[in-house]
Ligand binder design. Structure first.
Ligand SMILES: [Zn+2]
Ligand SMILES: [Zn+2]
Length: 98
């Protein structure tokens, strides 16, 4: 599912715009905002996509650690989970930071 960062309405994975306020979910879903924040944070070294316990096979394939350059968008494209994609981003911090 996609949560709108503007009005917190939850829209299905296949919607491009928030069903309540019309925000572009490619840019304003909570996943999209988190993705942008992580990429902009110099302390974040890489990003892990963690999948839920009941993740579908497509999401399981997407699980793993990505560089900022290769980090895919969420929800996972082609997710077949009955409740929609439940994947999330988790930052991997630079441990050498003083
Ligand atoms: Zn909205
Ligand atoms: Zn899925």
């Amino acid at each position: 599912m996609q949560t709108c960062s503007k009005c917190f309405h939850i829209s299905p994975d296949n919607e491009l715009l928030c069903l309540q306020c019309g925000a572009d979910l490619n840019e304003y879903s909570e996943h999209a905002i988190t993705r942008k924040r992580l990429i902009a944070n110099p302390r974040v070294n890489a990003i892990r996509i963690s999948v839920g316990k009941n993740a579908c096979p497509t999401c399981r394939l997407a699980e793993g650690v990505y560089s900022k350059e290769t980090l895919p968008h969420l929800p996972v494209e082609g997710c077949a989970g009955p409740k929609g994609c439940e994947c999330s981003y988790a930052p991997i911090l630079d441990e050498i930071f003083p």
